[in-house]
Design a protein. Structure first.
Length: 366
């Protein structure tokens, strides 16, 4: 009898926790309300099965509890029960799968008038690319990736010259219109996810994936990587800014094109050397692993770093000067600080970019 009471109490507590839980879906900001509806149907079906199974279990334990005057009867088969179980199971599975298949059919059917934007994932940062006035993204090849061309665009493709490159921490979109997000990874498996948008998709190395949505309200939303991609995965974040069309156009005009990037001109190349270095540290994903306030992270903090004596994994020590910092950026595993793993990828930077990053490192060190 005690076991029956425990089962019923756990059942009631579980149901109450579901309805009274402080954890809930974030307010939706896209057209994918049907994804929420599908989740609701799944919760309803699985919740109903959970309640019925546990009540049946409690009933069976009570009804067929042990008594000295009872003997168990051997009944290995019950055709009627098997047919009922098969029918109800089929109905339950169909009720859960059918809405999902309907949503998926809509999910992969991109509207013809959808705005195009590319999101590129790399440990541990996001970068973005928009087509220029021609409305066509230029072709890319990983063999083209270098310090001046981190996107790997084909310099001979005229469609790519006016592509708008966004290496900052924000992707801007106009509210009210459909958006097709093309996804590409430069290294490992990632996943582009914005909780308020509901839609998400994997970035698979060697493949181009995509999804679409329509932002329905303005605001700022966190862009996350929802696929474990290494030690800095937790900090692979960006921001999605949904704004009015005129605000979006104004922002887009401040971003450099591929042609301007190759020529070293454009709004993104301005500012002092330290400011350029700060943008570079953010864009290259440095601050995903190195804190600026002294707090522990994947790599050594930058606060108080310059001039400090560090102990290396081989037991030797080194003074953190400009030469050591440059070596650690271009060949990070040559001299690894004790207590940290050799996980930092080599950075492909031009001499000017390296100077800017050094200036910011010294400023951040204090």
């Amino acid at each position: 009898m005690a076991l029956v009471i425990v089962l019923v109490v756990l059942l009631v507590a579980s149901v109450l926790f579901h309805f009274l839980s402080p954890w809930y879906l974030t307010p939706i900001a896209s057209n994918w309300g049907m994804i929420d509806d599908t989740l609701t149907i799944t919760f309803a079906v699985t919740g109903f099965v959970f309640v019925v199974v546990n009540l049946f279990l409690a009933y069976s334990i009570y009804k067929y509890r042990y008594r000295k005057d009872r003997r168990a009867s051997y009944e290995p088969e019950n055709k009627k029960l098997e047919w009922w179980l098969t029918a109800f199971t089929t109905i339950g599975v169909v009720a859960m799968l059918a809405p999902g298949l309907f949503v998926w059919a809509k999910y992969v059917e991109v509207p013809e008038d959808a705005m195009l934007v590319e999101a590129v994932g790399q440990q541990w940062r996001w970068t973005y690319r928009y087509p220029g006035a021609d409305g066509v993204l230029g072709t890319v090849d990983t063999r083209n990736v270098n310090a001046k061309n981190p996107y790997g665009l084909n310099e001979d493709d005229p469609n790519g010259q006016d592509d708008i490159l966004v290496s900052g921490s924000e992707i801007h979109l106009p509210v009210g219109g459909p958006v097709k997000v093309v996804l590409r990874s430069k290294d490992v498996l990632h996943d582009f996810y914005v909780p308020e948008i509901r839609a998400k998709m994997d970035l698979v190395p060697g493949m181009i994936t995509y999804f679409w949505f329509t932002p329905i309200r303005t605001g700022g939303f966190d862009v996350l990587c929802a696929e474990l991609c290494g030690s800095g995965h937790y900090n692979m974040r960006s921001r999605m800014i949904v704004e009015e069309e005129n605000e979006f156009q104004t922002w887009q005009q401040t971003q450099p094109t591929f042609a301007q990037t190759l020529a070293g001109t454009g709004a993104a190349s301005g500012g002092s050397l330290t400011e350029q270095g700060e943008r570079l540290a953010r864009d290259q994903g440095c601050i995903a692993c190195h804190s600026l306030d002294g707090s522990p992270s994947v790599g050594p903090t930058w606060k108080g770093l310059v001039g400090k004596t560090e102990t290396l994994v081989d037991g030797s020590s080194v003074v953190v000067d400009e030469d050591y910092l440059k070596e650690s950026i271009v060949d990070p595993n040559a001299k690894v600080v004790k207590g940290y793993g050799p996980i930092m990828p080599p950075a492909q930077l031009t001499d000017d970019q390296l100077k800017a990053l050094m200036a910011y490192l010294k400023a951040a060190s204090g």
